[in-house]
Design a protein around this ligand. Structure first.
Ligand SMILES: [Zn+2]
Length: 247
């Protein structure tokens, strides 16, 4: 049996937490607690008085309780919170997470599912992740945005190396359009067969481009992009969408 089951109060030693929580009527006395409760562990316990006017700390997640004498510290509470069977699986809690890896993985969730950066601040999501691993450190939308850019840069380098390595030529398609607000965009996609004979299509650039989308402007922009990716000499074909403007 764990130490935490030994109550520092005579007569309570054999009492199970479940029957006490059911049989005793409790009165909240948080307003009368003289000792200040500054420890974070108090976020996970409530302090109440039982029918004998003894103060007890009750775990918010399970029926566990601790008698709190004026001299009692919070070590038992901290120990219990660390392994509360209703809060977190003990084995899982022992798995240390690499925060850098966790953040990068979440940035991929944001990218893949087109989520707002703000989602890392969703209260219920934070609660869920903290439940899965209490070591998880919450972060803000600004950090999420910076993580997404880092992941993009990392993927860009991987794709760049792949385009350098492939023995085949690259075909490009481009699409331009103007939004209702008058903003112009261009997207350039590369299509190539990799070393395993698999056809890949990857977006190389998706950026703003002021109208008019003339042939010269398009050529300039696409050439810039090819230089950036180091594939000027590997292009096989280029397919454009607006024949009228690009004659
Ligand atoms: Zn508990």
């Amino acid at each position: 049996m764990d130490n935490e089951d030994e109550y520092p109060h005579g007569g309570d030693g054999g009492q199970t937490s479940a029957d006490t929580s059911q049989s005793k009527s409790l009165v909240s006395v948080s307003h009368s607690v003289k000792r200040s409760r500054t420890s974070d562990v108090w976020n996970h316990f409530t302090l109440e008085e039982d029918e004998n006017n003894d103060k007890r700390a009750y775990c918010k997640k399970c029926p566990k309780q601790y008698l709190m004498l004026p001299t009692t510290g919070t070590s038992n509470l901290i120990r219990h919170h660390g392994k509360c069977s209703m809060g977190v699986d003990v084995e899982r809690k022992r798995v240390k997470i690499d925060h850098k890896v966790a953040r990068e993985k979440f940035s991929r969730v944001i990218i893949r599912h087109d989520l707002p950066f703000l989602c890392v601040e969703y209260e219920e999501l934070r609660d869920f992740i903290s439940y899965m691993n209490p070591d998880y450190r919450c972060y803000t939308r600004n950090t999420a945005a910076s993580d997404v850019v880092k992941t993009w840069e990392k993927e860009k380098q991987i794709l760049k190396s792949e385009l350098e390595r492939i023995p085949s030529r690259i075909c490009l398609t481009s699409d331009c359009w103007t939004s209702l607000g008058g903003d112009g965009y261009i997207v350039l996609t590369a299509h190539y067969v990799d070393t395993k004979w698999i056809l890949n299509s990857k977006i190389l650039s998706f950026c703003d481009m002021l109208p008019p989308h003339s042939g010269d402007a398009l050529a300039g922009r696409i050439h810039e992009c090819l230089k950036e990716w180091g594939i000027e000499k590997k292009v096989f074909t280029l397919t454009l969408d607006r024949a009228v403007a690009t004659q």
